[in-house]
Design a binder for this molecule. Structure first.
Ligand SMILES: *[C@@H]1O[C@H](CO)[C@@H](O)[C@H](O)[C@H]1NC(C)=O
Ligand SMILES: *[C@@H]1O[C@H](CO)[C@@H](O)[C@H](O)[C@H]1NC(C)=O
Ligand SMILES: *[C@@H]1O[C@H](CO)[C@@H](O)[C@H](O)[C@H]1NC(C)=O
Ligand SMILES: *[C@@H]1O[C@H](CO)[C@@H](O)[C@H](O)[C@H]1NC(C)=O
Ligand SMILES: *[C@@H]1O[C@H](CO)[C@@H](O)[C@H](O)[C@H]1NC(C)=O
Ligand SMILES: *[C@@H]1O[C@H](CO)[C@@H](O)[C@H](O)[C@H]1NC(C)=O
Ligand SMILES: *[C@@H]1O[C@H](CO)[C@@H](O)[C@H](O)[C@H]1NC(C)=O
Ligand SMILES: [Cu+2]
Length: 394
């Protein structure tokens, strides 16, 4: 049992195949990917999902020939990785579009994303909005990378289960200039409990296990990256800067914690997730077997439930979560696309700053706040090939 396996408090925030005939139209590179190959039981779910999505495409704008294929970072080509990293730096060099009076620490275009994630954290984790909100969030950054910074590919995902035994074997974290960099420098530290501000429960805390880093990352293209907002979840909350909106320029830190990956975010648990029978089961499995663990594994900035998008790997981490939901939905698009489960707030708790949000069950008609004035209904964030969305995961 991993250290945190029994905790009650949980925040929310492929290159192998046995039958080549199954490859279909999906791009596939069987070489040099490494890690633990996808087992056939998971592959079965993946193929059903891909087949059902492609069959569902009609004569609309999303077709079999223009559908975006979101691939594993380990399987895209080097040039696409270089281009993605370039585009992230490009957004980091652009001014924010948001009103900086809301958050003087929001200094670049990436911070527009981090800001709204902080602002919405207590509604979009451990709630019914977790999956649809993050789906639209990912779609927005993918669009910004492509339209504002000329990125030619689509959002990649971190192939977590393939590298569950040693994530540094993945090209996501191998420390090369085409990765997101590796662990943070080792800084001696123990486990801590941090307070999640805003919940109307006195000092609601989240445990943070001690990993093997803790300091600034020392390699890769984000080595000298400066982040500005946050941290938000802290041992002591400063009432003058409760949500970390003030500028706080600093390096990107990580704190790899193997206990959240090894024997946890493996193929068996990925399969348990996509094999869930109901939406309630799916959401519970995603939150407890995967979502918290993937943030906890990376640690440092990525483990702050509010300002976690400060770590550029956040988007690949959430693309994997979105992919697991997509595969589950794709087993039965008719029954599952709009399935929802969960409360309107974090664990149904009241918030000290939003007394008029009833902490009741979320519905697909509820509006969500995506930032910059966009308030789509929850149901808009659920399908993958409608409302301007058009993507499939390989
Ligand atoms: C990938 O691209 C980077 C940057 O251009 C280069 O340094 C590296 O050698 C390339 N790696 C491979 C495997 O081609
Ligand atoms: C989020 O932003 C709204 C204004 O758009 C503000 O009223 C609210 O207090 C903010 N919440 C947090 C947690 O920052
Ligand atoms: C970061 O800064 C150091 C010191 O100036 C430099 O040696 C290193 O190459 C920089 N790394 C990147 C990825 O720019
Ligand atoms: C909550 O945490 C603050 C420090 O951030 C501390 O001063 C206060 O005593 C704590 N309150 C309770 C009820 O534990
Ligand atoms: C799934 O993850 C849990 C920890 O969240 C772990 O205890 C369990 O052994 C894993 N299941 C499998 C089948 O590996
Ligand atoms: C939260 O949702 C559960 C069902 O998922 C429901 O039983 C409970 O009443 C809700 N809590 C609140 C405070 O509305
Ligand atoms: C579909 O394409 C048409 C023609 O290019 C365009 O006018 C319309 O806005 C598109 N609809 C969506 C939902 O993207
Ligand atoms: Cu989140």
């Amino acid at each position: 049992m991993p250290l945190f396996g029994g905790l009650i408090i949980l925040w929310a925030c492929a290159a192998w195949m046995s039958q080549s005939a199954l490859a279909g139209p999906i791009w596939w590179n069987p070489h040099h990917v490494g890690g633990i190959p996808m087992p056939s039981d998971f592959r079965k779910f993946q193929l059903t999902y891909q087949k059902n999505i492609r069959r569902s495409l009609g004569a609309g704008n999303c077709t079999n020939s223009n559908i975006a294929v979101r691939k594993s970072w380990d399987e895209i080509d080097n040039a696409t990785r270089v281009d993605y990293i370039r585009a992230v730096h490009c957004l980091a060099a652009k001014p924010p579009l948001m009103d900086m009076r809301l958050a003087p620490g929001a200094v670049n275009r990436l911070d527009d994303f981090t800001y709204i994630h902080i602002n919405q954290t207590n509604f979009i984790h451990q709630s019914g909005y977790l999956l649809p909100w993050h789906r639209l969030f990912l779609w927005q950054i993918e669009k910004a990378l492509r339209e504002e910074c000329g990125y030619k590919g689509y959002l990649p995902y971190w192939d977590v289960p393939r590298f569950s035994e040693d994530q540094t074997k993945s090209k996501v974290f191998d420390g090369s200039m085409t990765s997101f960099g590796g662990n943070g420098a080792f800084v001696p530290h123990g486990p801590r409990r941090v307070i999640l501000p805003g919940l109307a429960v006195r000092n609601f805390t989240l445990p943070k296990p001690a990993g093997t880093g803790g300091g600034c990352i020392t390699d890769g293209p984000f080595q000298n990256f400066t982040i500005s907002m946050g941290p938000v979840a802290k041992v002591i909350i400063d009432p003058e800067n409760k949500f970390g909106y003030k500028p706080n320029p600093r390096c990107l830190s990580r704190d790899f914690f193997d206990g959240a990956s090894k024997g946890v975010m493996n193929w068996a648990n990925a399969t348990t997730i996509v094999a869930s029978n109901t939406m309630k089961e799916l959401r519970n499995n995603i939150e407890h077997l995967w979502h918290l663990n993937s943030h906890t594994f990376v640690g440092g900035e990525a483990a702050d439930p509010f300002s976690t998008p400060n770590d550029p790997v956040f988007y690949l981490l959430h693309a994997q979560i979105d992919r697991l939901w997509a595969i589950w939905q794709g087993q039965d698009l008719e029954q599952r696309t709009y399935a929802i489960d969960g409360n309107r707030t974090f664990l149904g708790l009241a918030m000290d700053y939003a007394p008029d949000v009833p902490p009741s069950l979320a519905t697909i008609e509820d509006p969500m706040d995506m930032g910059l004035g966009w308030h789509p209904k929850t149901k808009e964030g659920m399908p993958m090939t409608e409302n301007g969305r058009c993507f499939i995961y390989d």
